[in-house]
Design a protein around this ligand. Structure first.
Ligand code: NI
Length: 226
């Protein structure tokens, strides 16, 4: 599933994050990935353990977790510490797949990367290129969103970031281990949740809407791993 999640960050949060990132000590990102990805990557990353990084990471994680669409689509068990990256001067990240298991550098927890999320931090008018391209069975999808919005996409996908040919693209990316490992089950639960929301808005809490809601929660009881 690919899902556009609007307004993850408020404008005040965006302003704060950009202000901190403008002063931050970036390092070259090519040193931070495995052998397969390192040769096709040119960007800057904020070291996860940098003192300025952790409050920003907490802010982005809290913003995602309070968003009902993220909750419904990701059914998060563990949200890895968000990371920050910057692309400029032709910087890019070629086609790659993310490692299946990632250690959280802060908590040391090992996290399965079921769901990937990118939160866009730069206004799309401020840079050219920099599209996130996600390939799935339906083809390649180009994503470039307004600042503060996020795209959620499968951790299993091959994806890339196109070269940034003008300006700077700032983003945060986040891996999430879901309570529901199977992506088809997650998709069905998300579709059911969204349908129940619409039915409730149309009909109120009729006995049928309550019964469907019970089905939703009972499926989570069947499928969730805690
Ligand atoms: Ni990636």
């Amino acid at each position: 599933m690919m899902l556009h999640i609007p307004d993850v960050l408020t404008s005040a949060e965006l302003t704060h994050i950009r202000g901190v990132l403008a002063q931050a000590g970036w390092t070259e990102g090519r040193h931070t990935t495995g052998a397969q990805a390192a040769g096709q990557k040119w960007n800057y990353q904020l070291p996860v353990l940098a003192p300025e990084a952790q409050p920003l990471a907490d802010l982005v994680r809290s913003a995602l977790l309070r968003h009902p669409l993220f909750q419904s689509a990701a059914l998060p068990k563990t949200v890895l510490t968000p990371r920050f990256n910057a692309y400029e001067d032709g910087g890019y990240f070629g086609n790659h797949v993310d490692g299946a298991i990632q250690p959280d550098p802060v908590t040391q927890a090992m996290v399965r990367t079921d769901v990937s999320t990118t939160v866009f931090l730069s206004d799309p008018d401020d840079y050219d290129g920099g599209e996130l391209v996600v390939e799935d069975t339906y083809g390649a999808h180009e994503v470039k969103l307004k600042a503060g919005d996020a795209i959620l996409y499968p951790g299993t996908s091959i994806h890339r970031v196109e070269p940034v040919t003008r300006g700077m693209r700032l983003a945060s990316f986040i891996w999430t281990q879901s309570m529901v490992r199977d992506s088809h089950r997650r998709q069905m639960l998300f579709d059911l949740d969204m349908t129940i929301l619409k039915l409730r808005a149309q009909l109120g809490d009729t006995p049928e809407v309550v019964a469907l809601t019970a089905h939703y929660h009972n499926l989570i009881r069947q499928w969730a791993e805690l």
